[in-house]
Design a protein around this ligand. Structure first.
Ligand SMILES: [Zn+2]
Length: 339
């Protein structure tokens, strides 16, 4: 999961690529809410409990496991995309633009994960080996700085800390900050997309809870405190060198492939959507052409080479399990033991 702000921006970019089918570009421009939903759909399960996640982040703890996110990223992610496109085409109650915005957004997520995860994984593993700590913590930090320097270099400003950012984290049309809620046709669509690939789906309540939590994330990072942090960090050249550009790699050399894959994948999904042939053979053909092998650990074919990872530094660690000196017995148990 590159950082959510990066996925949201990259989804919007579908509207600006002249090589992408004009129908999809128009839909993405007309339907920003569903474009954003498509672009973050794979990562929504990570927003199960925003408060717990935030505490873990500040304590440098590993991220909470999210089984639904794991499935979409790693268990036949191509089949999931095929099912998502089919549901976008067939589920009743959505407009044509809404359907195509969902598809454009989702494929943008795939394009970014497939082309940036090799670099993110490299940086996270390098830092875990060098400095210790949890890989998933270094993973999130790497993604945070990729997003920061990307936005600065491309648009001259970060999205984090801007009040408008909060609006982008509203990814369904019927929403409430307090209650988990979403329009019924989007719940039906979500369940159909999941079921077509995995046979089952999160409940509407669970899923709208993730959606609401994602808005809470928007509130947390759309404020002055986050803006001040972004302004401070961007001046630190060591961060730029560590994550973005140094003698060993250049973020831009990976990002050109993100844009190339974006055009390829969105056009391919659009043709699949338009043809509306969802037979097993057509699905196999789509999966073969899409080559969405694994969004978390992509094979990285065609991407720039990365250096070898450093050897892991072993330090004496605190014991993970500490046994109490004397077995502690409940008075009731003691009584039972002596009886
Ligand atoms: Zn992802």
């Amino acid at each position: 999961m590159p950082a959510p702000q990066f996925h949201l921006t990259f989804g919007e970019q579908v509207a600006h690529h002249t090589e992408i089918a004009p129908e999809v570009r128009r839909a993405v421009a007309n339907e920003p809410v569903y474009t954003h939903l498509g672009s973050i759909f794979h990562d929504l399960p990570y927003y199960g409990n925003m408060v717990a996640e935030a505490v873990r982040y500040f304590a440098r703890r590993p991220a909470i496991d999210a089984p639904w996110a794991y499935r979409m990223h790693c268990i036949r992610p191509d089949r999931f995309v095929a099912s998502f496109v089919r549901a976008a085409r067939l589920v009743p109650g959505l407009t044509h633009d809404e359907r195509l915005a969902l598809v454009g957004g989702l494929l943008s997520h795939c394009a970014l994960d497939l082309t940036l995860h090799p670099l993110v994984n490299y940086c996270a593993r390098r830092d875990t080996a060098t400095y210790g700590g949890f890989e998933s913590f270094h993973h999130r930090i790497t993604e945070k700085y990729h997003a920061l320097f990307f936005h600065l270099e491309r648009f001259g400003e970060d999205v984090i800390g801007q009040p408008e950012f909060y609006q982008k984290t509203r990814v369904v049309k019927r929403t409430s900050l307090a209650r988990a809620n979403a329009e019924p046709q989007i719940i039906a669509f979500m369940q159909e997309a999941y079921r077509g690939a995995y046979g089952n789906a999160p409940s509407g309540k669970l899923w709208s809870g993730w959606v609401r939590s994602f808005r809470h994330f928007g509130l947390m990072v759309g404020n002055k405190l986050a803006a001040a942090n972004s302004k401070k960090k961007r001046k630190d050249d060591r961060l730029l060198e560590r994550y973005h550009r140094c003698g060993e790699f250049d973020f831009d050399a990976f990002f050109v492939h993100s844009e190339r894959r974006l055009v390829e994948l969105v056009n391919l999904a659009w043709r699949y959507f338009e043809a509306a042939d969802f037979s097993a053979e057509a699905e196999d053909r789509f999966c073969l052409e899409a080559h969405i092998d694994n969004l978390a650990e992509p094979d990285g074919l065609g991407l720039p080479p990365l250096p070898e990872l450093p050897a892991i530094v072993t330090r004496p660690r605190r014991k993970i399990i500490r046994l109490p000196r004397r077995p502690h017995l409940d008075p009731a148990d003691q009584h039972a033991a002596s009886a």
